[in-house]
Design a protein around this ligand. Sequence first.
Ligand code: GLU
Length: 547
Amino acid sequence: MELSNILFPNLNKTVDDVLAQYPARTLKEGAKVTRLGPSPTGFIHLGNLYGAFVDERLAHQSGGTFYLRIEDTDDKRYVEGAVETIINSLRFFGINFDEGAMLDGEKGIYGPYTQSLRGEIYQAFARKLIEEGKAYPCFLTEEEIQEIRDEQEALKLNPGIYGKWAKHRDLSLEEVKAKIDAGMPYVIRLKSDGNLDLPDDEIRRIEVMDGIRGKLSMPENNLDVVILKSTGIPTYHFAHVIDDHLMGTTHVVRGEEWLSTLPIHIELFEKLGWEAPIYCHTGQLMKIDEEGNKRKLSKRKDPELSLDYYRNLGYHPEAVREYLLTILNSNYEEWRIENPDADINEFEFTTEKMSNSGTLFDLQKLNDVSKDVLLKIDAAKLCTFLKGWSEEFKPELSYIFEDMDYLEKVLDIGRHDNKPRKDHVYASQMVENISYFFDESFKREDEYPAEALADKSTILEKYLETYNHGDSQEEWFGKIRDIADSLGYALRPKDFKKNPDDYKGHVGHVSEVIRIALMGRKQSPDVWEIQQILGEERTIGRIKAEI
Ligand code: GLU
């Protein structure tokens, strides 16, 4: 008691006060409570989205709660506006929080949801552990710790403060007082019960059921880890244990980089007398790099790790969600084939079907998925999506959105055919695909075919003479054949191929001249259909301009 008073002279809050503020949640059978606990560093990446997606599905599929907790105990890394970035980026991809930190403050009764505002709560529990002899103040300086590390290295021992290296474990009250009076800074360390210095078969192992990996068996923790830093701020280990207990988290989804410290967390739960949540350790996101090697996605090397990458290019959030599910659950693609039109949320997501050995992220596959997803989104919605993207990232493209009916027709072209066209992948690429529909961005990108170059103007003049905007597709093509025939072009490509000296070229070359005059490109959907959308005036204007 006296020790804890010396260490926390001004702390009024007790553990009982705190516990009284956090009633157990009333949840319906099977409902899961998950949370995202990002550090507000301003960089939100694909891994965050991947994890958040798991959290979101687990909570919302079970009628539970998904909340946002800001883990800002590492204040060096705090970036202004980072919380907004987290919330807005995830919202864009369809991930919404029910509780916790929000754009306009906080929601929920389990707050504060920002760790830097919870100092006294952590301190109250640290004091309790001290009173129970489960934690202690440690005055080791950085230099002393470095010496210990060097010595351990020389002896080929595991690094850390444990066993005989935990030199301040058993300081007397007088010794502690004297050090504090001398102004020595200190941290609070867990007094671990673990002992790994035993023969292997006598080392106690902890057994944990991981939501993704199944049964894990690991040697228990033996480290006297820091739980409160000298500033009174908790470490991640301590903070998340307290928060996840008080806030009623049932499932902790986090990256596999935390697996090695799981025994610490389990010991902390034990020491505090609480049941641990179900940990779900996700595998790393991997890619096959240019050299064909499989490696972790890296912030430095891979722009696609950043969520901004997808937003800037204009990936549709539904495409990203669809793709993420294909890599999250091994049975998703099969389900999608059986349920092509079902809402994605009807799929029953399970952590057991997640990979635990790293997940391969493949941009090409994302693009293929995106093509299929965009095909299912009706053109009017696609217009709205494109407009929203352009307003945020490419305001100079505003001319595209002056006539939304026109744009809708443009985007819908060829999408309802038996073999629908699938060339739309993401917004910035879509506006390229359709640029020729707008005079502002129309330009000649391909050359006229050599076979018909000399006749270019004649072909276009003849085309104009007989042009009738009301012609059916057959009538229209009949006229092109007439032009081709009258100018000495074969009506069938194979005739030209067989007797190249008898013809200047074939009917395809003649249509290509028209196509290039109208669209500026060799490749495009059906010319007749495009003319119907361009309208009579624009069609005639473009032909005239090329004569
Ligand atoms: N703040 C931790 C991180 O950013 C969260 C880990 C967890 O979800 O428990 O890695």
